[in-house]
Design a binder for this molecule. Structure first.
Ligand SMILES: *[C@@H]1O[C@H](CO)[C@@H](O)[C@H](O)[C@H]1NC(C)=O
Ligand SMILES: *[C@@H]1O[C@H](CO)[C@@H](O)[C@H](O)[C@H]1NC(C)=O
Ligand SMILES: *[C@@H]1O[C@H](CO)[C@@H](O)[C@H](O)[C@H]1NC(C)=O
Length: 194
């Protein structure tokens, strides 16, 4: 009787943890700063919505690594000709909520709050910027693949949206550990039945 209870408990624990593993890193609420489309006002302060350029972007977003460690840092560069404004975030592919934080803002840039503090980088003024390097700190625990997504404004009226870096992998170590625990719990349950 006691043995059966132990088996039952171990089984439910395993199922619970399995669901926990699968739920890991999923489900983000849509927050502010999702479209990263610049806002403009005309001479009489009416807001105008200028369209993004549809031509091939002269800018590219280059991640400094192909993977990240939970809580570790990764650099990211905005490469191309001189630009004035930008907004850049790390996101999980297909998601709009930023993950992680930025620090060490280069001259003429600053961290900003989109959903969470310091989750985005933007311009601090309209001084010329070129090939800037930004520093991202990954969340801990990790959240799986992420990519850097940016809008870059060459000047007041000319900008490209949704420029994305290659995906960088990370955060799987925690998930693997989670499965090891589930596996050992199921093994324990089986050995008690035998
Ligand atoms: C537009 O707004 C700015 C700041 O809010 C203000 O200083 C300026 O006078 C306004 N211009 C007009 C034409 O209303
Ligand atoms: C950044 O700004 C500081 C102070 O204005 C200046 O001393 C420094 O040289 C600048 N760094 C770069 C890389 O332009
Ligand atoms: C920025 O990088 C491009 C190549 O991607 C290079 O042609 C250009 O000279 C660089 N500019 C500066 C200021 O380093």
């Amino acid at each position: 009787m006691a043995a059966l209870q132990v088996v039952g408990t171990a089984f439910f624990l395993a199922v619970g943890l399995f669901v926990g593993c699968e739920g890991f890193g999923s489900g983000a609420p849509a927050g502010a700063c999702t479209t990263i489309q610049p806002g403009h006002v005309d001479a009489t302060n009416n807001s105008v919505s200028l369209s993004a350029q549809t031509s091939t972007s002269p800018y590219s977003i280059q991640a400094g690594a192909t993977s990240y460690q939970a809580g570790g840092t990764v650099t990211v560069q905005i490469m191309g000709p001189v630009f004035r404004g930008f907004l850049l975030q790390a996101r999980r592919p297909g998601m709009t909520t930023p993950v992680g934080t930025f620090s060490n803002a280069p001259n003429n840039t600053k961290t900003t709050t989109c959903t969470t503090a310091d989750s985005s980088m933007t311009h601090d003024n309209t001084e010329a910027k070129e090939n800037i390097t930004l520093t991202w700190t990954a969340p801990s625990p990790g959240v799986g693949n992420v990519q850097f997504v940016a809008t870059v404004a060459q000047d007041h009226d000319t900008y490209w949206m949704n420029l994305a870096s290659a995906e960088i992998a990370g955060g799987v170590a925690i998930k693997a550990t989670c499965y090891v625990i589930v596996f050992s719990l199921i093994s324990t349950a089986y050995s008690m039945l035998a």
